[in-house]
Design a protein around this ligand. Structure first.
Ligand code: HEC
Length: 107
């Protein structure tokens, strides 16, 4: 009986720590690099004749962030669950300081 009690308590202590160790609940994964976020989330419209060219125009970072969070006409808004605040900060700076693209198309 004593052994059974000890193993039940043991398992009750071990199981949650294993689960929490593997996946930290409520935490975002590490931020993705700006070029990755751009390619996945923005680049299938921008530079492909759907959205205007935004690279190489030195648009202000705050303007880029506001547009991404609020959307505009045909452009959808992106929530923090899709692009985190950390990622958006990096992305906005990256777009704002990017050089003129050679392969992108648009107006
Ligand atoms: C579904 C297509 C689509 C996606 C995805 C998209 N956009 Fe757009 N975006 C547009 C369109 C269309 C416009 C032009 C809206 C207008 O002014 O009518 C636009 C406009 C903008 C502008 C304003 C450009 C200007 O000339 O003033 C910025 C900045 C911008 N988008 C940033 C982003 C960022 C950052 C992302 C990724 C997080 C993104 N967009 C994803 C379609 C898209």
């Amino acid at each position: 009986m004593r052994t059974l009690f000890a193993s039940v308590v043991g398992i009750a202590l071990i199981v949650p720590s294993v689960l929490w160790g593997a996946q930290k609940l409520g935490e975002y994964p590490a931020p993705r690099a700006p070029a990755v976020v751009y390619a996945k989330t923005c680049g299938y419209c921008h530079g492909r004749n759907v959205g205007p060219i935004i690279l190489g125009r030195h648009l202000p970072a705050d303007y880029i962030k506001m547009t991404a969070r609020n959307g505009r006409n045909a452009m959808p808004a992106f929530r923090p669950t899709e692009v985190t605040n950390d990622e958006l900060n990096g992305l906005a700076t990256w777009i704002s300081t990017a050089s003129t693209p050679t392969k992108e198309q648009g107006h």
